[in-house]
Design a protein around this ligand. Structure first.
Ligand code: FES
Ligand code: FES
Length: 166
C-alpha cells in the first residue's frame, strides 16, 4: 500500500441536523448518507441507486435539495441539514406534506418517500401553489418504482392546498 492509498484519517466534523448540533468522527470523504444513517442512526434517509440518479437519499442542506449519496460529509460541515426525521413536530404530529402523502396514497414500498417528501417541501417553499407541470418538474429528480406518480403528484397538490388555505 502506498501513501496515496492510505485513507484519510477521521476528523471531527460538526453540523446541525434537524435543529440539533451534532459532531461526528468520520473520514472527510465519507458519504453524508452513510454518516446520517450509520453514525447518527437517522435511517429515514434511504439509499436507492447510490449514484445520484434516484433521489431516494434527498435531504435539504441549508434549504437546498441534494442527493446525500453524492456529498462528502466534510462538504456539509457547518451546514444545517434537514432529514425526514426533522419534519414532524416534537409532539409527533406529521408535517402537512407527510400527512398528504398518507391521505392520498403517495407512499407504497416507501423507499422513495422520504426523498419525495423533502423534494415536495423544497418545491412548496419556492412555489406554494404549483400546478401539475411545476410539481412534475419539482419532483423530476426523484424516481418511484411503485406508485405510477399520480398519487404522489396528488399528495403534493393536496399539501399545497392545505398549507395555503387560511
Ligand atoms: S441513492 Fe442517492 S440518488 Fe439514488
Ligand atoms: S413507493 Fe416504492 S419506490 Fe416509490
Amino acid at each position: 500500500m502506498t501513501a496515496a492509498d492510505t485513507p484519510a484519517p477521521k476528523q471531527k466534523i460538526s453540523l446541525e441536523v434537524n435543529g440539533e448540533p451534532r459532531t461526528v468522527s468520520a473520514h472527510p470523504m465519507a458519504r453524508l448518507l452513510d454518516v446520517l444513517r450509520l453514525d447518527l442512526q437517522l435511517t429515514g434517509t434511504k439509499e436507492g441507486c447510490g449514484e445520484g440518479e434516484c433521489g431516494s437519499c434527498s435531504v435539504l442542506i441549508d434549504g437546498v435539495l441534494v442527493n446525500s449519496c453524492l456529498v462528502p460529509v466534510l462538504q456539509a460541515a457547518g451546514t444545517k441539514i434537514l432529514t425526514i426525521e426533522g419534519l414532524s413536530s416534537s409532539a409527533g404530529q406529521l408535517h402537512p406534506v407527510q400527512q398528504a402523502f398518507l391521505d392520498c396514497g403517495g407512499a407504497q414500498c416507501g423507499i422513495c418517500t422520504p426523498g419525495m417528501i423533502l423534494a415536495a417541501v423544497h418545491l412548496l417553499a419556492k412555489n406554494p401553489s404549483p400546478d401539475l407541470a411545476a410539481i412534475r418538474e419539482g419532483l423530476s429528480g426523484n424516481l418511484c418504482r411503485c406508485t405510477g406518480y399520480m398519487q404522489i403528484f396528488q399528495s403534493v397538490s393536496q399539501a399545497a392546498k392545505r398549507l395555503t388555505s387560511p
